[in-house]
Design a protein around this ligand. Structure first.
Ligand code: DGJ
Length: 739
């Protein structure tokens, strides 16, 4: 609920377990008042109406300590700001005799009005028209601020999802004057955390080691997580968890969280003042930012999704997961209820594609219970290896002399859906597309064009390029009965010269989103996987137009435990594609048993990437049995609530549970990543079960291995995996019985 008190000019955003409050002061400044979990016993509809107070009374320190709800460059230039702009026109009132020098770079925002509307949309919201699981209207507060002398209006937007304590924030900036305004910095939101909230959890990584979680104490000054790329990136990911050190744990304590719904160059900067006040600017990365607002022009930023959990890091993750499942992921009403079991031939055949080879794999995959068969890289143009062909999205007669349709028909006849790999933002210099349009890539005239994986990035700042890519993909989907595309993206931007200038950092993302949205509109049954050399494009923006993401190219089950745990901090299992591959990992060269590979992959959307031709009949039977078991677990894995019972970073083992919303079923999954002899791992009591229900605990073969009440399971855990060694793992299904 949004509450406004006209007497004190106080705004309260009242959510299920938390409150967010702001007020307008006597000078019209919008100041942050408070944000946090509602104290136990406080009525759910009670607003804050007090004035708050300044930390210091010495007036000359005021700009340092004032908690501007949206900070701007001008009267204070000492700290990070959410908005910095240049005006080429002079304000009407100037001091007598004042000599003008331009541009003016002073923005002061004052309250100009507000409205409460239903379902306003942030920038880059999906336009594919497909529903989300929950579509009930949501209240949005639009708070208008304007500069008293400059022609700039800024609207701060707050859209509420109260049941998950989530506020989506974004800003709209409008040039109300007659001359262009140059915006140099623009955040989606400025945030203020309670004093001392300075322990940050974030992830970092690289190709094949994405999502490695780390916890650190914020320094005095600025610590930012960011990417200077046109995709979300591998180095880190645009989400954070923040708490007071020592006052939060997996299931206890207040944890603030935020995640950007944007896949371009982004930054989340935390600034800790000498007062231990912690502020944050979350939005576009200012490093090469440029936005020219023409007279009358409006720019709407994407959103940052924010919240606070009184139930520790686990509660923060569950809120983000529920939000993504209900409000972000497209869920066509006649689409599959759960993500299908996928087979992808990349690690089996790499570029060695033939109709016969793929058909043979498809037949074996179907016999195992696979539901979606995806052909990876190498099916098009001159793409016989990674040196050539990107950009020429025509079926290669060298590979499929009779076209793709015989394979697609066979896959469909086998009862599976058909998927195909594409990498639409790229071009190899050795391609017909590049030979025809060498100027269609990011570059600066007369300067070198750095290749990465022998490829260049198309300039999505050119509308004709975006149009061309859309047309090619549309034709491909129109000509062939393709159910699924794996949309890959395998390099970073260098020499970011575009006809769009600095706007390319936003326009590239906008172009990708637009092509995906148009394709989904034109082909409502199309499913899309986001891949960028593994997990390089995973965020709440891309999840709004895709069905799943490729978490990492690293399919080594040991590494994967850690990668998936980091992913799970922010993103839901339903979207997390996870493959079972070879006994010796192609990425690490290390062995892992089949049980561990399945137990880890069954924590997300199960996929198979092994070369099925190398498996014995007995192994194939084992695969089939795991896949059948996964189909029983899947509703809980993909739609349940995640509890991280033991984290790999603490225990060397990861134990998790997914619990169905009605608590009648749950999945228990334990996987040991590293093990020191002589070490006894403590039991992992469950969470989230119905204490009064009795659960039977069954294994993959349907054998009941344990039976106990929810109360007992949540006090003591499931016996049997405490003393096991490295690489041991198990997955169990819990079903409530009636006695
Ligand atoms: C990178 C992806 O992450 C892989 O899964 C595979 O699709 C290759 N690209 C193909 O080139």
């Amino acid at each position: 609920m949004i509450h406004f008190d006209p007497a004190t000019r106080t705004f309260n955003l009242l959510l299920a377990a938390s409150v967010y409050a702001m007020r307008v002061d006597d000078e019209g400044r919008l100041l942050h008042l408070s944000w946090g979990p509602r104290p136990a016993g406080a009525p759910a509809d009670a607003p804050l109406t007090g004035p708050g107070f300044e930390i210091f009374t010495r007036h000359d320190e005021l700009p340092l300590t004032l908690r501007y709800e949206f900070s701007t460059f001008g009267d204070s230039a000492l700290q990070e700001v959410g908005l910095k702009a240049q005006f080429q026109s002079l304000p009407q009132q100037m001091a007598p005799g004042e000599a003008p020098h331009l541009p003016i770079r002073d923005v002061r925002l004052r309250y100009a009005g507000h409205e409460i509307v239903l379902d306003a949309e942030p920038g880059l919201a999906p336009t594919h028209g497909q529903p989300t699981a929950v579509a009930s209207p949501r209240e949005t507060l639009r708070l208008r601020l304007s500069d008293p002398v400059q022609p700039l209006e800024v609207t701060l937007c707050y859209r509420l999802t109260p049941e998950h304590d989530i506020i989506e924030r974004w800003v709209e900036v409008v040039n109300t004057g007659s001359e262009a305004i140059e915006v140099e910095t623009l955040a989606f939101a400025t945030l203020h955390f309670p004093n001392g909230t300075n322990e940050l959890t974030s992830v970092s990584g690289w190709w094949i080691r994405e999502f490695i979680a780390a916890r650190e104490r914020l320094p005095a000054g600025v610590r930012s997580i960011e990417q200077k790329t046109v995709q979300t990136g591998h180095y880190t990911n645009p989400f954070f968890l923040l708490n007071r050190p020592g006052q939060a744990w997996e299931e206890t304590g207040d944890v603030y969280f935020g995640a950007l719904a944007f896949s371009g160059a982004w930054r989340i900067a935390f600034e800790q003042l000498h007062t231990l006040d912690v502020r944050c600017q979350a939005g576009y990365n200012p490093f090469d930012f440029g936005l020219t607002l023409a007279a009358g022009e409006r720019h709407v930023t994407p959103a940052v999704v924010l919240g606070v959990s009184p139930e520790g890091w686990g509660g923060a993750s569950r809120r983000l997961h529920a939000f993504a499942l209900e409000r972000v992921l497209p869920m066509p009403s006649d689409g599959p209820a759960f993500r299908p079991v996928l087979y992808n031939s990349w690690e089996a055949t790499y570029f060695d594609l033939t109709l016969e080879g793929q058909t043979a794999l498809a037949r074996k995959a179907a016999a195992l219970g696979v539901e979606l068969f995806c052909v990876d890289d190498g099916w098009f143009g001159g793409r016989r290896d990674d040196h050539a062909g990107l950009g020429d999205w025509r079926v290669s007669p060298d590979v499929f002399p009779t076209g793709l349709d015989p394979l697609i028909d066979e896959v469909h006849r086998l009862g599976m859906q058909f998927g195909l790999w594409v990498e639409p933002e790229m071009v190899n210099p050795d391609s017909d597309l590049y030979r025809a349009h060498p100027d269609w890539v990011l570059h600066f005239a007369g300067r070198p064009r750095t290749e990465s994986r022998y490829q260049l990035l198309l300039d999505f700042g050119r509308p004709e390029v975006v149009g061309h890519i859309y047309t090619l993909l549309h034709d491909l989907l129109e000509r062939h009965a393709i159910d699924f595309i794996k949309w890959d993206m395998n390099r970073y931007a260098t020499e970011p010269g575009s006809v769009a200038g600095q706007a390319i950092w936003r326009q590239h993302t906008a172009g990708v989103y637009a092509v995906m949205d148009r394709l989904r509109r034109a082909f409502p049954h199309l499913q899309i996987e986001s891949c960028a050399s593994g997990g390089g494009r995973i965020d709440l923006g891309i999840l709004g137009r895709t069905d799943q993401v490729w978490t990492s190219d690293n399919t080594d089950a040991f590494d994967r435990i850690r990668i998936q745990e980091g992913y799970s901090l922010a993103y839901p299992a339903r979207a997390m594609e996870a493959w079972v591959t070879h006994p010796i990992s192609h990425q690490t060269g290390l062995p892992s048993p089949l049980s561990l590979r399945f137990d880890v992959a069954m924590r997300g959307g199960l996929g198979i990437g092994s070369n099925l031709n190398e498996l014995s009949e007995a192994e194939l039977a084992d695969y089939a049995s795991y896949i059948a078991f996964y189909k029983r677990l899947r509703p809980v894995v993909q739609g349940g609530r995640l509890y991280r019972l033991q984290r790999v970073e603490e225990y060397g083992a990861s134990v998790i549970a997914y619990v169905a919303p009605d608590r009648r079923t749950a999945v228990y999954s334990a996987a040991v990543a590293s093990y020191l002899q002589g070490w006894l791992r403590p039991p992992a009591p469950l969470r989230g079960l119905d204490p009064n229900a009795v659960y039977r605990v069954v294994d993959r073969h349907g054998v009941e291995v344990y039976r106990a009440s929810g109360f007992e399971l949540m006090m003591t855990g499931i016996p049997g995996d405490a003393a096991r060694g490295a690489s041991s793992s198990r997955t169990l299904l819990l079903e409530a019985t009636d006695q």
